[in-house]
Design a protein around this ligand. Structure first.
Ligand code: TNX
Length: 552
């Protein structure tokens, strides 16, 4: 993975030798003098619900230990993750000891009674004094999110894979934090261009930094089928054999998919698999002649048009296919959701579309999952408890919006992904070398400055389950390109999903966002340096050891 363990040779280095090892030119004393002091408590993304600064800071030193409750796997995992993050850059041992919360150091505490219970499934409390940093939470997810806050309160060079000079100081005070929404997703379209397991895992690690909790994988589309299905082997073997532009494509074996699920779970993200139906199905129609109404297999497709393909709604084969695919995917997927697409079915009549959804949604339920569909599902009869993913924008027709709002009033949940705000594949400016612009140009402020609770007029705010930032990949085929489009906008959508509306403030946000820039540099993320954000000047003396810094 991204981090390599810190070798004993480097551990022996000290002082000026360290800076030289890191490629630095400044003397250590000068570097220490230039240290502006710890980041203000709460100067993180997403903004915490409550911040009470005060008291002395805590300094991580060579003597710091990470304390976890005895015999608790979740806490040990969060502690191990934190120590693993900080060992390479600090060069400290940071042992994880199961001594409980007594004693100085960094302490992770699980508390499902009293104060802990009030923090909910993902909340945490971070308390910093000169003696200790204590993260308490009801559950492992809360500890993990608290660790991400602590991580961002440390200097950006803490992200380095190469030993860096200290000090490693965290401002004193108390953060009490919990998310606004229970669903905070990012979608990756692995169908238009295929991304490997390692590329997906790298993205998962980036999502974790901003407290996302869902990874939506768009696993099938006209250009490719990306997940092995035992009962329909040609879907992946043939349907996965190309991609936009005609490259070799690829697909995930079941073990690959399990590995993504496992890695995502280790970062407290749930995988939401999507099989897009009844449109966006050319790869399936190419793989099996019997899925076509005329019984003739379609050719593979490597262009970028949408809306030309449809499963054959009248045929029984279609429902055998849906049953088998959904069944196999449900078994592989521990999370509660299964996304069945439903967008842009321009080659399916409205009556056929509704008939198809009436038959397929119960299949999802029978396999124990909750349906998510793109918001066009509102034009059919959304199953009880279904979530609609709204991707409309300013030019979406009033009737379409009203249909989605009515479905929400009737009990459907909403995931907000308005294309002119949350779509990470929209260009930032007309000069952005990648991306599309059918929903307009989406600069950083445009992406951040809206309210998911009030975006869809006439839909009750209580219907909103959360937000999602989709990244379609017609124009994107490498991790560097993906990251250039995702950063900085991904951070803004995370804040909309996590932070209470009272914290929403562009002026505050752009300052906190600017501080992420050096962190991304250290992580090797080549982000878009939006002129709307006051990025600090890069410090030329420090080489942070980031990987994959190529420009798109
Ligand atoms: C619309 S939004 C699509 C995708 C494209 C995307 C490109 C939605 C549910 N469907 O098929 O990839 O636009 O921006």
């Amino acid at each position: 993975m991204r981090r390599t363990s810190f070798g004993p040779r480097c551990l022996a280095l000290t002082g000026a030798a360290l800076l030289l090892a890191a490629g630095g030119t400044a003397a250590p004393a000068a570097s220490a003098a230039a240290e502006p002091g710890p980041a203000p408590l709460g100067h993180v993304v997403p903004a915490p619900a409550s911040v009470r600064p005060g008291g002395d800071p805590y300094e991580i030193t060579a003597r710091t230990v990470v304390r976890v409750p005895p015999g608790n796997r979740e806490a040990a995992r969060a502690g191990g993750y934190l120590a693993g993050l900080l060992r390479p850059s600090t060069g400290y041992r940071l042992p994880v000891v199961d001594s409980g919360a007594a004693g100085p150091g960094i302490r992770l505490v699980l508390d499902d009674e009293g104060a802990g219970a009030a923090l909910g499934a993902e909340g945490y409390r971070l308390s910093v004094t000169a003696r200790s940093v204590t993260i308490s939470a009801r559950e492992g997810a809360g500890l993990f999110h608290g660790v991400q806050t602590l991580r961002q309160l440390l200097p950006a060079r803490a992200e380095s894979t190469v030993r860096q000079p200290g000090p490693w100081t965290v401002a004193g005070g108390v953060v009490t934090d919990a998310p606004r929404y229970g669903y905070r997703g990012a979608m990756l379209d692995v169908a238009r261009h295929f991304f490997t397991v390692d590329q997906v895992k790298r993205y998962v690690d980036q999502l974790a930094l901003y407290k996302y909790n869902a990874l939506h994988l768009h696993l099938s589309d006209d250009q490719g089928w990306r997940i092995a299905v035992g009962s329909w082997p040609r879907l992946a073997a043939y349907g996965g054999s190309t991609q936009v532009g005609g490259g070799p494509g690829g697909f995930y074996s079941k073990d690959d998919y399990r590995e993504i699920v496992r890695h995502a779970a280790s970062r407290y993200l749930t995988v939401v698999p999507e099989i897009d139906m009844p449109g966006h199905t050319n790869a399936a129609l190419a793989s099996y002649a019997r899925l076509n109404c005329d019984g003739v297999a379609r050719p593979l497709y490597t262009g970028t048009e949408v809306g030309f393909s449809s499963l054959c709604v009248a045929k029984q084969d279609t429902y055998e296919f849906a049953e088998d695919v959904i069944g196999e995917l449900a078994v592989l997927t521990p999370g509660p959701y299964l996304h069945i697409g439903g967008d842009e079915a321009h080659s399916t009549s409205p009556a056929d579309y509704a008939a198809f959804m009436d038959r397929v949604q119960p299949v999802v339920a029978r396999h124990g999952k909750t349906v998510i569909g793109w918001h066009q599902l509102a034009g059919a009869r959304p199953a009880p408890g279904a979530l609609l993913q709204y991707w409309g924008y300013g030019r979406t027709g009033a009737a379409e919006r009203a249909r989605v709002a009515a479905a929400a009033r009737a009990g459907a949940g909403l995931i907000l992904s308005p294309a002119d705000r949350a779509y990470l594949d929209m260009k930032y400016t007309k000069d952005t070398p990648l991306g599309l612009q059918w929903a307009g140009l989406v600069e950083v402020r445009q992406s951040y400055d809206w309210d998911p609770g009030g975006y869809l007029t006439d839909a009750p705010a209580s219907a909103v389950a959360g937000v999602e930032a989709p990244l379609w990949t017609e124009t994107i085929s490498t991790s560097a390109q993906l990251e250039y489009m995702a950063f900085p906008r991904l951070a803004g959508i995370a804040e909309l999903g996590w932070s209470p509306p009272a914290t929403h403030d562009w002026a505050s946000y752009r300052g906190r966002l600017a501080a992420q820039g050096p962190r991304w540099d250290a992580l090797g993320i080549a982000y878009y340096r939006s002129p709307q954000v006051p990025w600090p000047h890069p410090s030329p003396g420090l080489r942070l050891g980031g990987k994959g810094r190529s420009r798109p």
